[in-house]
Design a protein around this ligand. Structure first.
Ligand SMILES: C[S@@+](CC[C@H](N)C(=O)[O-])C[C@H]1O[C@@H](n2cnc3c(N)ncnc32)[C@H](O)[C@@H]1O
Length: 113
């Protein structure tokens, strides 16, 4: 187990590349630009074909469709998305593009709520 700031890329040193990456309880607590930036960074944490499981509230404005667009723009394909009638969104995306090298010293996100 590691106790560290999840918003710092250095916290993942030695844990990447991973076959399974969980980003749960994060996207509802950070700014939209930080969500985008974090998704863009995820291929640096992933092994080839890795799966990312993530969550985001469906509260209006529902950002889940945009989150899916951002995953696809970052080289992922949708594998599962919870039904829109559920109050909490949960998605699983698989990396289909080649992974990118791990990068230290990057600020990914800061909790704002
Ligand atoms: C919404 S809860 C989600 C908890 C759990 N991951 C889940 O999905 O049920 C967010 C958690 O992230 C923790 N947290 C906030 N900022 C953090 C950071 N920079 N690094 C690591 N954890 C953080 C909070 O203390 C809180 O426990």
């Amino acid at each position: 187990m590691r106790v560290a700031d999840a918003g710092e890329s250095d916290s993942y040193a030695g844990a990447a590349p991973a076959d399974l990456v969980l980003v749960c309880g994060v996207f509802g607590n950070i700014s939209d630009p930080d969500i985008r930036q974090t998704i863009d960074f995820l291929p640096r944490l992933c092994a080839p074909g890795a799966t990312v499981i993530w969550t985001r509230t469906r509260e209006a404005p529902d950002l889940v469709p945009t989150v899916c667009d951002w995953f696809e723009a970052s080289g992922f394909a949708l594998r599962f998305l919870s039904d829109p009638s559920e109050p909490y969104g949960m998605g699983a995306h698989t990396l289909v593009d080649p992974p990118t090298p791990f990068a230290s010293g990057k600020r990914l996100f800061t909790f704002v709520r």
